[in-house]
Structure formats: structure tokens, C-alpha cells
Design a protein around this ligand. Structure first.
Ligand code: F3S
Length: 392
């Protein structure tokens, strides 16, 4: 340990930092890390009062009252409701009070109240930066697209890493653990996949196969960063990996040394996607939901424009985005609602959109189905056609 880390552990920088350092050191010991690594940025998930309840709130407030302060710039995941539209979302008063107290505790510790799961669109992170991130889609994006280094930490660990400014030097913080062991080949269904636009389903299949391993993915044509984030979010729902090496996308592939012949090769056929879609084939007359992960400003603008050009929304469309993406956009399209600061999974969607949904997000399909919603998973194209009354 460095002298500064020892001092933190001994309580020289206060009680809260000592607690945080102790936790990080313990995790480092368990994971076999030789030392800690300074992190440049932290992102904390699990801050929706709907999910963490009183217990989580007390934990955050006790840390804040012990004087905890984030040692690095720290952003936070979506909360339980849109801070400006809680009436439309029919949010319970207890949840409102609880969420505001959560945000107050995080603010006192120095967090930027970004309330978005796409920090990679807004924060300055670069290749080989060490991060302490805890939202799976953000971790996958940071590692796989930016080439930054972060483990897929739980929310509490990322919080302690943010306070201590350190992470265990283990897992994906080490070059040798970023080398793939599987090759997932979509080449045989490349054109069918491109034509269908079933990116969410492809991500769910990838996650199921890759599990906790690092995979090299071949034969996927993802048009832009919005499609990449939709794919990776779905990977993170069914798999526990924090890194997928996508040919044509991942900068790691220019640097890592490995022999492709040593990888176990798995060739994907269409039946894998069909099986995935069958899991999410519920919901007849459903509300369309999208924005998991949060939509970028470009995506939002494109969708609104598409809907306008096609005669407007005949069915209800509920979208989720960061506050930064929404700000300044004209959002007056009838039947289209855009919520910021929250999402369909961490808010109580049933209160304002019912329990039957159709979505283009593999991750949302996975989590909403596990919460008992009737869910249909479709492509973005199909979703929009459904909204304007051109699809079933
Ligand atoms: Fe983001 Fe919520 Fe999906 S946090 S990745 S929109 S489940």
C-alpha cells in the first residue's frame, strides 16, 4: 500500500474514508489483488428508493453523516421517478420523500446527481482509465467500447471505491484478464440479423452464452453507439461478464495479444434468437416503452422525427433518457411521453403505464418479465411501426 492509503486506513482522513478503505482492502484480499489502483471516476447504481428502501437510505445517510466525501468525480444511476413529473407518474408520497433523502445524502458526499445509466455519453473517460463503475451496461460500454478498465462492481462497492478513490487491481483492471476465451460467431446469420434489427435479442443470446467469460464477437453489424449500447445492455442482463470484444468496435482488439485458434468457437444460428424471442412474446395491446439504456439525444430526436413523419403516435410510447439528453428538446408529440432521471425498471411502471409492454430493449424485457410484466421484445423498427399503427 502507498503511505496515503495506509493513512486513509488508519483514519487520518476521517472515519468514513477509513471504513471505505477497509472494505476496498478486504475485497482486494479476497480477489487476490496485489495492490490497489487509483480510479479516475466512479458511477454508482442502486440508488432508486423503490429498490433500496429504508435500509439503503439509512446506509447512505449514515455514511454522509460520518463525513464521507467522494474522492473522485462520481455520477449516479436513475432514481425512482422523474424529478419534474412525479404527478404524471403517480408516485407514492413515501417514495418521493425517500428518494429526495437518498439524493440529498449522495449530494452531500459530492455526487453529480446525473440520474442516468449512460455516464459514458457525458463523462470524460478514455482508453485505459481505471474506473469504479457499477451499472452493468455502463461497465460493458466503458470496457468494450472505450477500452477503459473497470470491474462490474456492486453499487455499495463502487460507493466505497468512490470514497477511497481506489479499486482492487484485479479482474478487468488487468490486461491479462481482458483476453477472450470464447469466439461467438454471428457471421452465418449476419444479414438476417441486420435486416431484422433484433439487437436486443442478439445481446441476450450473447450474455447467456458468454456468462462470466470474455468473448470475441464476430459478424455483428452495429450501426452506431446507440445500437452498441442497446446490444451491450442486453448482454449484461443475461451474462455476468463486464467485457465483450466486438470486432470493428472494441479498441482492446488492437492491443491484446492472443491466438484466435486457441479460442473456443461457438457459431450462432437463428434458432438461438428465436428461442430468446419466445421468452418475451407476451402482451397483446401493450404500451410501447424504450430507452433502456437511456436514450441519447440523437436517438430521442430521431424517434420523435420518425413518429411525426409517419402521422404521429396512435399508441402510447413511453421513452426514458437522461436529463442532459432531454434538455431543450421540444417534447410535445401527442401520445409520446419522455421521462428523465428514471427508467422503466427502477420506477413503478405499472402505476403509469400498466403491466403489458412492448419494447426494443433486451435488458428491459429481461427485468420487466422477472417483475411479472407481460413483455414482448421486438426490434426498434417494429416498435415504432407498432406505435404509429403500422404493425400488430
Ligand atoms: Fe438503464 Fe434502467 Fe435499463 S438503469 S440500463 S434504463 S434498467
Amino acid at each position: 500500500m502507498t503511505r496515503e492509503e495506509e493513512l486513509a486506513l488508519e483514519g487520518y482522513y476521517g472515519e468514513a474514508r477509513a471504513i471505505a478503505m477497509k472494505v476496498v482492502v478486504k475485497v482486494a484480499e479476497v480477489s487476490g489483488a496485489e495492490r490497489l489502483v487509483p480510479v479516475k471516476h466512479a458511477h454508482i447504481s442502486g440508488i432508486s428508493f423503490k429498490n433500496i428502501g429504508e435500509e439503503g437510505l439509512e446506509f447512505l445517510e449514515s455514511l454522509a453523516s460520518k463525513g464521507a466525501r467522494f474522492a473522485v468525480p462520481t455520477t449516479v444511476n436513475p432514481g425512482a421517478f422523474d424529478l419534474e413529473r412525479r404527478v404524471e407518474m403517480k408516485v407514492d408520497e413515501g417514495v418521493v420523500r425517500g428518494q429526495f433523502r437518498v439524493l440529498d445524502a449522495l449530494r452531500r458526499m459530492g455526487a453529480k446527481i446525473s440520474l442516468s445509466c449512460t455516464p459514458y455519453l457525458y463523462e470524460m473517460i478514455s482508453f485505459r482509465d481505471h474506473l469504479a463503475w457499477s451499472e452493468s451496461n455502463a461497465v460493458l460500454y466503458a470496457n468494450s467500447v472505450v477500452g477503459a478498465m473497470t470491474n462490474r462492481d456492486g453499487g455499495p462497492l463502487a460507493l466505497f471505491e468512490a470514497i477511497s478513490g481506489r479499486a482492487p487491481l484485479s479482474g478487468l483492471h488487468l490486461e491479462e484478464n481482458r483476453v477472450p476465451s470464447l469466439l461467438l460467431d454471428f457471421s452465418g446469420i449476419r444479414s438476417r440479423l441486420l435486416e431484422s434489427g433484433l439487437i436486443g435479442a442478439a445481446g441476450l443470446v450473447t450474455g447467456r452464452i458468454t456468462g462470466s467469460y470474455v468473448s470475441l464477437v464476430r459478424g455483428l453489424d452495429l450501426k452506431n453507439e446507440d445500437e452498441v449500447k442497446l446490444y451491450l445492455a442486453a448482454v449484461g442482463a443475461t451474462g455476468s461478464t463486464g467485457l465483450v470484444l466486438i470486432e470493428g468496435v472494441s479498441p482492446d482488439l488492437k492491443h491484446l495479444r492472443f491466438s484466435e485458434h486457441e479460442l473456443e468457437r461457438i457459431t450462432l444460428d437463428w434458432s438461438a434468437l428465436t428461442a430468446e424471442l419466445e421468452r418475451y412474446s407476451g402482451a397483446g395491446d401493450a404500451v410501447a416503452v424504450a430507452g433502456c439504456p437511456h436514450m441519447s439525444r440523437r436517438e430521442l430526436a430521431e424517434i420523435l422525427e420518425w413518429v411525426r413523419r409517419h402521422g404521429g403516435a396512435k399508441r402510447r410510447l413511453v421513452l426514458f433518457a437522461s436529463r442532459a439528453a432531454v434538455e431543450g428538446l421540444v417534447l410535445n408529440e401527442p401520445n409520446v411521453e419522455v421521462y428523465a432521471d428514471t427508467c422503466m425498471v427502477v420506477s413503478d411502471l405499472s402505476r403509469y403505464a400498466g403491466r403489458s409492454v412492448v419494447t426494443d430493449s433486451g435488458k428491459a424485457a429481461f427485468y420487466l418479465a422477472s417483475q411479472g410484466y407481460a413483455v414482448r421484445l421486438v426490434s426498434r423498427g417494429e416498435l415504432l411501426k407498432y406505435v404509429v399503427g403500422e404493425g400488430g
